[in-house]
Design a protein around this ligand. Structure first.
Ligand SMILES: *Cc1c(COP(=O)(O)O)cnc(C)c1O
Length: 365
């Protein structure tokens, strides 16, 4: 049980609701106490398993400061993320991953480096620097029900791993395997994959991230308790590590906007909101309706309890947050989109149409 589980029917905590109603829109609100409680619960559930945060999900420094109190390290996927994280937390362990590392990136100090191919390992060896390597594997395992599978170019197959093994020695140390196979998996699915992966002899295995965040069911959370218990049962003396991104930070972020217009086009109700998917691209990339709550701050014309499509200010039909979702709203109301803390602002095309950027508000209590 995650203690910060929401009260059914209440998508937004009171402190976020109060801040949102008073803020100029558009704005991002980050609920730092909510993140702290969630990360603490995840940490407790994973006792005995190392927890890294995959920084690409959201590199916001204030979020990282909260997470640094609960995680064992950070997974970074570029020189930029490496500089950002080591600048903030010089003493925190860093795992350096990502396909297509440059020679400069391969020279960066790390706790672990996740090597993607035999040629990358040769270039790493040529630096002459000490390196603690996990080989990223791309095994031929069935991944059912995933939102995204990381097959294709990522990691290497058995032949690639075999090509790497003779290259180790001296300051180039093989520590174990890394596998990040899919995203959007629940605990039983991830445990089945872990059981197949842990047939290996390697004493250290990083099982990656990819824990499901069901946007259509905001109250259904990934079962960290079952996952932690399952991993402990599979560990068999090995050093296990995971590196979630989305499932750690998705829930602490909110995109706050205001209704500018409500209209009906050929019978269908539309609400036009300040801002758009250039600030919150998640519903477009994932193809879902972003969950939201309407705060009655407006007094303008509106619709009551009927299917409404929520669109933004961009001149493209793709600028839609949610399609034909039952709602009551009027011009001037505040719309708070939940589950906007991961792969949200940082993956969006901010400069398209040159509208103003949102404000950022970090709630501390
Ligand atoms: C993106 C990524 C993660 C985090 O994935 P989530 O789905 O956000 O949990 C972890 N490891 C690697 C290698 C990744 O590329």
């Amino acid at each position: 049980m995650i203690p910060d589980r929401l009260i059914p029917g209440r998508l937004i905590p009171d402190r976020v609701r109060e801040a949102a109603a008073a803020l100029p829109a558009p704005a991002y609100v980050y609920d730092l106490p909510g993140l702290d409680a969630h990360a603490a619960a995840v940490r407790r559930a994973l006792a005995g398993v190392e927890l890294y945060y995959a920084v690409k999900a959201n590199p916001d420094a204030e979020l990282l400061r909260v997470l640094a109190g609960h995680v064992d390290g950070f997974e970074v996927s570029s020189g930029g993320e490496h500089a950002h994280v080591t600048g903030l937390f010089p003493a925190m362990p860093v795992a350096l991953g990502g396909p297509g590392k440059t020679d400069a990136e391969l020279r960066l100090p790390h706790h672990r480096v996740h090597v993607e191919s035999p040629n990358e390992l040769r270039r790493l060896r040529a630096t002459g620097l000490p390196a603690d390597v996990l080989l990223r594997i791309n095994p031929d395992l069935p991944v059912e029900g995933a939102a995204l599978t990381m097959s294709g170019p990522f990691g290497m197959d058995e032949a690639g791993v075999a090509e790497c093994l003779p290259l180790f020695g001296g300051r180039l140390r093989l520590r174990g395997l890394h596998a990040h196979l899919a995203s959007g998996l629940d605990a039983p699915q991830l445990l089945r994959l872990a059981a197949a992966l842990l047939r290996t002899e390697h004493e250290e295995v990083n099982l990656g991230g990819g824990m499901a965040v069901p946007y259509a069911e905001p109250e259904r959370r990934f079962d960290w308790t079952a996952y932690g218990a399952g991993l402990r049962a599979l560990a068999g003396g090995r050093r296990l590590r995971i590196e979630p991104g989305r499932a750690l930070t998705a829930y602490c972020g909110y995109y706050v906007t205001r209704v500018m217009d409500v209209k009906r086009v050929r019978g269908q109700a539309y609400a036009i909101l300040l801002g758009g998917t250039h600030h919150l691209r998640t519903p477009v990339t994932k193809g879902h309706d972003q969950p939201f709550e309407v705060l009655p701050t407006g007094a303008g014309p509106g619709v009551t309890d009927e299917p409404v499509t929520l669109a933004g200010q961009l001149c493209t039909p793709k600028d839609v947050f949610a399609r034909a979702v039952p709602a009551s709203l009027r011009v001037g109301d505040t719309v708070v989109f939940a589950m906007a803390g991961a792969y949200a602002w940082n993956i969006s095309h901010h400069d398209f149409l040159m509208h103003p950027k949102p404000a950022f508000r970090h709630l501390r209590s």
